[in-house]
Design a protein around this ligand. Sequence first.
Ligand code: KG4
Ligand code: ZN
Length: 336
Amino acid sequence: MLIIGFESSCDETGVAVACTERGLLAHALHSQIAMHRDYGGVVPELASRDHIRRIVPLTRQVLDEAGVRPRDLDAVAYTAGPGLAGALLVGAGFARAYAWAQDLPAIPIHHLEGHLLSPLLADEAPDFPFVALLVSGGHTQLMRVDGVGRYELLGETLDDAAGEAFDKSAKLLGLGYPGGPELSRLAQDGDPGAYALPRPMMHSGDLDFSFSGLKTAVLTRMRALQDEGDATGHKARADLAASTEAAIVDVLASKSLQALRRTGLKTLVVAGGVGANRHLRARLTQALDDLGGRAYFPPLQLCTDNGAMIAWAAVQRARAGLIDLQALRGDAAFAV
Ligand code: KG4
Ligand code: ZN
């Protein structure tokens, strides 16, 4: 079965073709990062308009690369949410119109399920059950995953997401958007022990997170540096960046290990944009090694938003028998 998938929930237009037998055949991505950079964050109206511009050429490109004709397709998958409403509407509207025109079923996919199952795209994929740490710009969750569609929420953030903590701290440090990779780059020149920043809720006894206090602590440190006339110094900012990254990574690693202890599992899967963070990867790889288990990450280019994870989630759901293709044909409810 051949499925084309569309992702347009935020600032990336992604299209991919995946096959239930042969896996991912082709994927293409257009990132709007350069367009939003001047504004220091995603401008929803600009995002929607750019999705409109990109989605048709990307679709042609992917079909070409996969060597697939529209009439070869068996289904169309699209990100139904969560995300920016206008941006989602472009992908969902286009996908459903495409499906209707080709008389194909249209499969709505939850964006987070896309992230969650993306590590299964790696050459060495994890077996169920596993604990998943989902860390993106909008979400921070720990889940127990027993199979496709069998997810139990173990804990989540009570305020900011981990990616948001990176992005907001980066902004305070005068860095560009998106802040995570920029902060991480600056942190390479700094000392992670330079500033004692809080590790919110690390010992709260549950598996929830909170990152808003960390942002306030970074703001306070930044103000102190300004008072000392050191706020623009490379070393001082790099030290603060490294200390911030260390605090976020400490909390994420500690809660992930607590989740593994509670569930008795030894497989951890990390997904979402923050999963691209080198320190988080190194820390969790080592920690799981010490446990006699293993940490899995999606291929680096598939950590952030992309169409491959949406096509892939649809393939996984189809393989697991969770999709009623007939019910999703024609006039099925428009689920955004
Ligand atoms: O999953 P994603 O592409 O979009 C959402 O669904 O939110 O995640 C984007 C988030 C942003 O907050 C970005 O700063 C963060 O992932 N991110 C990183 C890194 N690369 C992306 N955070 C820390 N280190 C990175 N290397
Ligand atoms: Zn995402």
